[in-house]
Design a protein around this ligand. Structure first.
Ligand code: ZN
Ligand code: ZN
Length: 275
């Protein structure tokens, strides 16, 4: 069990989403930095958790996690799920569905472009995504490479930006669905980096929908944000979480361990689960 001298980074991405370190590399690096544990929180994916747990061995805690992309129709809202059962069939099925929906969305945009007479192949876009989720940046980069436009900005403006002719809307989970899914798979849901979304107006509703934690420590948060969300967490009885949101070594500012929380946080999350 962890104590408060132990520090954990509860927000780390791996190669299973858009990070550039494998789960094994994340564990190795976190140990080297003297951390007591990490939460693996890949975007809409949990497969990296098992790999990290295997690599961790004893004396290092890997908290199973996920970062779900949701939208309330106005803002993109990221929701962190901790202590989820990563073996849950329901969870895996749901995550597969999102990935398929995203993949299909990319293909549909390419088909629209082809109908417009633009030179672009589905295979080239899928290759660029490297087996991961197909996003508009992959399509834009392919359009630039093919000479259909001069720049990524032009690709968005002319073809795939919101309101542009080849745009296809994204399938998005609602925050309430994310909180339910996390709860049903034994986990605790929390709002990720609320300071970047600035939708504090939603917090009361989120608590009614099952939110029990809030990310207070995050590289995008100012000292003011940290103080505000700490107060809010205390007032509303939410578990304070935090982490580096590291995506690997590309961005030194977001390095593993840049933001941490005490070991007791995991115990608080475990308690919050039984509400
Ligand atoms: Zn996020
Ligand atoms: Zn993240």
């Amino acid at each position: 069990m962890s104590d408060d001298n132990d520090r954990l980074d509860l927000h780390v991405h791996t190669t299973f989403s858009d990070g550039d370190m494998t789960p094994q590399e994340v564990v190795r690096e976190a140990k080297r930095l003297g951390l007591a544990g990490v939460a693996i929180t890949d975007h809409d994916e949990v497969a990296g958790v098992d790999a990290a747990m295997e690599a961790a061995g004893s004396g290092f805690e890997v908290v199973p996690g996920v970062e779900l992309s949701t939208s309330d129709g106005k803002s993109d809202i990221h929701i962190l799920g901790y202590l989820i059962d990563t073996k849950s069939e329901e969870l895996r099925k749901c995550l597969d569905l999102f990935r398929d929906a995203r993949r299909t969305r990319g293909i549909r945009m390419v088909e629209r472009l082809q109908k417009m007479g633009v030179d672009i192949e589905v295979g080239a876009v899928l290759d660029r995504a490297g087996g991961g989720s197909v996003g508009r940046p992959h399509i834009a980069a392919t359009l630039v490479e093919n000479g259909a436009v001069d720049s990524v900005e032009a690709a968005f403006k002319k073809y795939i930006g919101f309101h542009s002719p080849a745009y296809v809307a994204k399938y998005q989970l609602k925050p309430s669905d994310a909180f339910r899914l996390i709860r049903e798979t034994g986990g605790v849901g929390g709002m990720a980096h609320p300071g970047s979304t600035r939708r504090d107006d939603l917090i009361t509703d989120f608590i009614a929908e099952g939110m029990r934690a809030i990310e207070v420590y995050h590289p995008k948060h100012s000292q003011g944000d940290i103080a505000r969300y700490r107060r809010l967490a205390e007032k509303l009885g939410l578990v304070v979480t935090g982490g580096s949101d590291s995506h690997g070594i590309r961005n030194a500012k977001l390095h593993i361990g840049a933001h941490t929380v005490p070991g007791s946080t995991v115990e608080l999350l475990k308690k919050a689960r039984s509400y």
